[in-house]
Write a protein that binds this ligand. Structure first.
Ligand code: CTP
Length: 409
């Protein structure tokens, strides 16, 4: 099952009497956890005011294409990039025709053309218009272009006729919108993820740690759950809430993370090590708070076990993905880790003062034996979904080869 929590939903409202339901739809999408922005076509404003949708969405409504002030703020390309899903409700017969033709002469059509997000339309029109061969042929084209069509329902219509063409109710649309995110790519698989920093105690109140916020690891765990996997997240200390539909196990030190991972690694199909694990820990943690006595003080450290390398050493080993946070020479460093730890994939990112640990956005360089793929800068939630999509494809390809090898005489 998909979820709308933290999803960016761009709601397109076109001209039709069902536009009166759009305000309720915005409210329900937000109640389900989505952040909603609204684009209205000119004719939609004849049915419901932008002010109403601004009030319920909490953001100004976008109406104009190539308007200098609008484009300077969030123009059509930014809106297209911002969206995780575009839902057009209601979608008029006229709008469906424009979408089928790939037109880009108003803001909503242009955004639908420019976005990589999932797009769904909710037709609402008179039943004759719905049944018309032109509309049906436009719908066939739209479907072929991988745009989802929600409804319409049949029943009595505003025009007094009875038949198909009623817009689905907002409560049904919220469920369908959340299902847009359920890709099913990892159905039936178990994914084990590590996230956050570790805490290596020096004494009861002090310790060694790092600046990892856990945001990327949590986003990866959520994206894997959304793709149908059973997900176990082994997390170091973070301030983040447990992700929905993910079994979260909280640990402190690298050794605890290692032990917890190995309780579950044998059952995992995919292991993704996102945690920033401390490489060293104090040889001894003092039982009591250390008092300042001397001018200098030395802390003796010893190596922590390498969790990732220990997982790839298992037989059979899960499909294993490592992360590499680097300040320079990203690709060669990532390739060194790929080889040294015998990984299937390394997701490398640049860390520095401005980007990386605490930020909400990042980019990734996916380094594999076959080559390199760049996932450009985007919110970590979106980046995590793109990463999971890539891992799912690579996992399937690797297992298909294995089955093929087993079958060969
Ligand atoms: N990792 C791990 N266990 C450790 C250390 C790291 O599982 N004890 C994992 C991290 O979760 C991450 C990857 O290994 O997926 C990072 O690799 P690592 O070689 O530890 O990174 P650096 O510490 O940056 O390595 P180096 O000092 O060699 O550059």
């Amino acid at each position: 099952m998909g979820s709308l929590i933290n999803k960016h939903v761009l709601l397109g409202v076109t001209g039709g009497i069902a536009a009166y339901k759009s305000a309720d739809l915005v409210r329900r999408l937000r109640d389900a956890g989505a952040e909603v922005r609204v684009i209205m076509t000119r004719s939609a404003t004849e049915f419901i005011t932008p002010l109403t949708l601004q009030a319920v969405s909490g953001h100004p409504v976008h109406q104009h294409f190539l308007d200098t002030s609008a484009e300077a703020g969030m123009g059509h390309i930014e809106l297209a990039r911002w969206a995780d899903a575009v839902l057009v409700a209601p979608a008029s017969a006229n709008f469906l025709a424009r979408l089928a033709q790939g037109r880009a002469d108003d803001l909503l059509s242009a955004v639908c053309l420019a976005t990589e997000a999932r797009v769904a339309v909710t037709p609402a029109m008179n039943q004759q218009m719905w049944n018309n061969a032109a509309t049906q042929s436009n719908l066939a084209t739209i479907k072929k272009n991988a745009i989802r069509i929600f409804g319409p329902a049949a029943g009595s219509q505003a025009c007094g006729e009875v038949g198909p063409g009623r817009m689905l109710e907002p409560v049904e649309l919220v469920t369908l919108a959340s299902e847009l995110f359920a890709t099913g790519e990892l159905d039936g698989l178990t994914v084990l993820v590590t996230a956050g920093p570790t805490w290596e105690a020096i004494d009861p109140v002090r310790g060694l740690t790092n600046r990892s916020s856990g945001k990327m690891g949590y986003a990866v765990a959520e994206a894997a759950a959304e793709s149908g996997a059973r997900v176990i997240l082994v997390s170091g200390p973070t301030s983040l809430p447990d992700p929905e539909r993910v079994r979260t196990l909280r640990v402190e030190s690298a050794q605890e993370m290692y032990d917890t991972v190995h309780q579950h690694a044998a059952a995992a199909d995919i292991f993704i090590g996102v945690a920033a694990v401390a490489d060293y820990r104090p040889v001894r943690a003092a039982d009591r708070k250390i008092k300042k006595t001397e001018e200098t003080m030395a802390l003796e450290l010893e190596r922590n076990p390498d969790i990732l390398a220990s997982v790839t050493a298992l037989r059979p080993a899960p499909f294993t993905v490592g992360f590499a946070a680097e300040t320079e020479n990203i690709e060669p460093q990532a390739r060194r880790k790929l080889e040294n730890k015998n990984l299937d994939l390394v997701a490398a990112n640049r860390v520095g003062a401005d980007i990386g640990f605490a930020a909400d956005e990042n980019s990734l360089l996916l380094v594999e034996r076959e080559g390199v793929i760049e996932l450009p800068t985007q919110p970590k939630t979106k980046l995590a979904r793109a990463l999971i999509h890539h891992i799912a494809a690579r996992y399937r390809a690797k297992n298909a080869t294995k089955v093929h090898r087993l079958r060969r005489p």
